[in-house]
Design a protein. Structure first.
Length: 349
């Protein structure tokens, strides 16, 4: 049967149904659907045909060049990780078309995934965390709830979707652990500490809204008693970012901070893999790299030269533009005044 005349919009819908029935996470299904939606919209804007037979590798490459030229959410161009994920989504879609015999060959089999620039994302600092909690009044319904949300995400590393779908029966406040449903419909148990336990108890027993009806069984509720969606949790975090001044705050940064600090505090890599719900160590190795970089910066406190106590060496604070204070080993040079200026051209020493 010749399926080359099948419209991309039809195939997009079929692929969405396939992914949902295969148990793909809602976020994954939504992401694939979004990328294919971008492709469909671009084809229409360019005045190109939208049937399957008119799409080949070159068309997809032109589409990717178009995406590269678009501004990203955090800069003038799309992040390399975003481009990687979009190319990966397209390759997955065309692999599915081939398996379902919509196409004779896999049209994107020769298209390589782009390289991803590895960036060191700094975890939240204690000062930033304090600022975030400082804008949540714990004696109000929304303040107690938002504090519980941030506490659990920061102290257990659960994903945004996992937190929004967390069932009341799966939160064990006394024993300090929760059971979450992760990607691939895999359940796992994750522990949290005493500080998080305190905020969760405060929210649940003092300020949690009454469920709107008997069918509401999620732990975190909106103020009207209905379940919170991932988008509503995302809005909470966005509001806290603006109110606290920690503008870089987003839900995944809480998970990122948990993973990094877990390792810095001596946590086991394999236990972190279990807690985060990863199937391989690949992602955990990224956190290990970031934790190592953070530890390297902290290692200045173990400076061999500073600890030798050399004669004439002392610590001082020098002010830099902007009020930054930097501690260093001084020596007798400072007692004689500022360092001499560099000689200008035409002067010899």
């Amino acid at each position: 049967m010749d399926r080359s005349h099948t419209e991309l919009s039809v195939l997009k819908h079929h692929y969405q149904v396939h992914n949902r029935t295969e148990g793909k996470s809602p976020c994954t299904v939504e992401w694939y659907d979004e990328v294919l939606g971008l492709l469909l919209r671009w084809l229409k804007e360019e005045g190109r045909p939208t049937n399957l037979g008119a799409i080949d590798e070159m068309v997809i490459r032109e589409f990717l060049l178009y995406l590269k030229g678009r501004p990203g959410t955090k800069g003038p161009t799309l992040a390399s990780s975003t481009m990687y994920n979009r190319v990966n989504a397209l390759k997955s879609f065309f692999s599915w078309l081939h398996r379902q015999e919509y196409t004779k060959d896999n049209l994107l089999s020769k298209l390589k995934l782009p390289k991803v620039t590895k960036q060191i994302i700094q975890p939240l600092t204690p000062e930033e965390v304090a600022a975030i909690f400082g804008v949540m009044p714990t004696n109000t319904s929304w303040g107690a709830r938002d504090g519980a949300i941030v506490s659990l995400m920061l102290d257990s590393g659960v994903r945004l979707s996992e937190l929004a779908n967390l069932k009341e029966a799966d939160v064990h406040l006394e024993d300090q652990w929760v059971k979450v449903l992760g990607k691939g419909s895999k359940e796992r148990m994750v522990a949290f500490g005493v500080a998080a336990q305190k905020t969760l108890l405060h929210y649940f027993f003092d300020f949690r809204a009454e469920p709107a009806h008997q069918g509401v069984d999620t732990f975190f509720l909106a103020l009207d008693g209905y379940p919170m969606s991932p988008d509503s949790v995302r809005s909470v975090v966005k509001r806290l970012a603006k109110a606290s001044g920690v503008t870089r705050l987003h839900p995944h940064l809480l998970r990122h901070t948990y993973a990094t600090l877990f390792l810095l505090n001596g946590g086991d890599v394999f236990l972190l893999k279990q807690n985060l719900g990863h199937t391989t160590l690949t992602m955990v190795e990224n956190y290990l790299h970031i934790a190592s970089q953070t530890a390297a910066v902290r290692s200045q406190g173990f400076s061999p030269l500073d600890r030798m106590g050399l004669k004439g060496a002392r610590r001082f604070h020098r002010g830099f533009p902007g009020g930054t204070q930097v501690a260093s080993a001084a020596g007798s040079q400072l007692k004689r005044g500022p360092l001499p200026k560099k000689p200008t051209a035409g002067h010899s020493r």
